[in-house]
Design a protein around this ligand. Structure first.
Ligand code: HEM
Length: 124
């Protein structure tokens, strides 16, 4: 699994693609085939984000920062959860504003934690 953890680029690539696919799907007209297909591809990317994140998480135990890594893990899962809530609820015609706000909050938190933790770039 070295190729997953030797650098954080693969993880970054997967979550950037996921966020772009999410925004594209959210802007597409509801009920269209294009939106359903985009959502399906997005779900594959959720799995890739989680696999690459979990692999980094596994090698993070050397840093004895379990609590902070735990929060980063949780934040990443919540970002994915909010993307799913927005898309599923809007497809059903239910309100999504609250989930958009939570998406933005969890995303900012996860980006901050990711760039704060020692592997890859440490911006904060
Ligand atoms: C859409 C969701 C996610 C976003 C936006 C995100 C964002 C980031 C960012 C910005 C970094 C720092 C990369 C670097 O410094 O080079 C990172 C690293 C990391 N991510 Fe994620 N991530 C997400 C999901 C996840 C998930 C689901 C997990 C766990 C399963 C996870 C675990 C990790 C770990 C362990 C690191 C290494 C932290 C370090 O020491 O730098 N991430 N992520």
């Amino acid at each position: 699994m070295d190729f997953l953890t030797s650098q954080t680029h693969l993880h970054i690539t997967t979550w950037v693609v996921a966020i772009v696919l999410f925004l594209v799907a959210a802007m597409m007209q509801k009920g269209t085939k294009g939106r359903k297909v985009t959502h399906m591809i997005l779900r594959v990317f959720y799995i890739l984000v989680i696999i690459t994140g979990a692999a980094l998480f596994g090698s993070a135990m050397d840093y004895s920062m379990g609590m902070q890594y735990g929060l980063k893990f949780l934040g990443g899962i919540l970002v994915i959860g909010m993307m799913e809530m927005v898309l599923v609820r809007s497809a059903k015609g239910k309100p999504t504003s609250m989930f958009w706000i939570l998406f933005a909050v969890f995303l900012l938190f996860t980006l901050y934690m990711g760039f704060h933790l020692p592997m890859g770039s440490k911006l904060f």
